[in-house]
Design a protein around this ligand. Structure first.
Ligand code: ADP
Ligand code: ZN
Length: 216
């Protein structure tokens, strides 16, 4: 945002698939705000503890300290009135309240920056991020590189057998794919194969996947 008069707040959203550099971009913007001596607070969902328990870490290893929250409204309780900039990573894990929380913070005069996946493992809109885009002042859409063909990748390909909307994981669990190489039904096919091989196994993701999801 170039022209901002007085203490008006606004919402910036950074979207794209996994590995597209959303966290890197958020960390870059937050560092610049800190250099400008603005008061910054950073939040991430407690569910996402892939690399460290607290900080935001990009896939390339950049890191910035953050506070953990389980759902969006906790952010309102934790934000100090003096805070000028609020950063939120992985917004898709914070529930439907995210849009209301970001709106309230921006109305209070704060600059709110949020990253999130705009589509899920099947390529469908991943709420609440699409609704957040609708009320944001500024949107940055990033692309990754397709690991199959090297073209720009808009999709997050799930590689493991689970059809749950949220399966936390990184390399090995997901990879970036372009629209040509994306296989939206792959996770479903893997679940079917697993059932065919072990007909008595319970529905849902097996413990092996949950354990893998928690590691890097
Ligand atoms: P996001 O927050 O969007 O998941 P990150 O900021 O955590 O992305 O990570 C981006 C970094 O991931 C890149 O700078 C690069 O080092 C690394 N990376 C790994 N795989 C890919 C890929 N397929 N395409 C682009 N970057 C990748
Ligand atoms: Zn491709």
């Amino acid at each position: 945002m170039d022209i901002v008069k007085g203490n008006m707040g606004w919402i910036e959203v950074i979207v794209g698939p996994m590995f597209s550099g959303k966290s890197e971009e958020l960390i870059r913007r937050l560092r610049r705000a800190e250099i400008a001596r603005q008061r910054v607070q950073i939040f991430k969902p407690a569910i996402d503890q892939r690399y460290t328990a607290t900080g935001i870490v990009s896939h390339s290893g950049l890191e910035i300290a953050s506070e953990l929250v389980s759902e969006a409204h906790e952010i309102l309780l934790k934000v100090s009135p003096r805070t000028e900039v609020v950063g939120i990573d992985e917004g898709q894990f914070l529930g439907d309240g995210l849009v209301d929380v970001c709106t309230q913070l921006a109305d209070l005069g704060k600059r709110v920056m949020v990253t999130g996946l705009d589509t899920d493992f099947m390529g469908r809109p991943f709420e609440p991020i699409p609704r957040l885009l609708a009320v944001a002042e500024e949107i940055t859409k990033l692309l990754a590189i397709c690991v199959r063909c090297g073209n720009p990748a808009v999709h997050t390909q799930r590689l493991v057998a689970s059809e749950e909307l949220i399966v936390v994981g990184a390399t090995g669990t997901y990879e970036a794919r372009c629209r040509r190489c994306f296989e939206p039904m792959l996770a479903h096919q893997k679940v079917e194969q697993q059932h065919a091989a072990h007909p008595s196994a319970p529905e849902g993701s097996p413990p092996a996947i949950k354990a893998q999801a928690a590691s890097r």
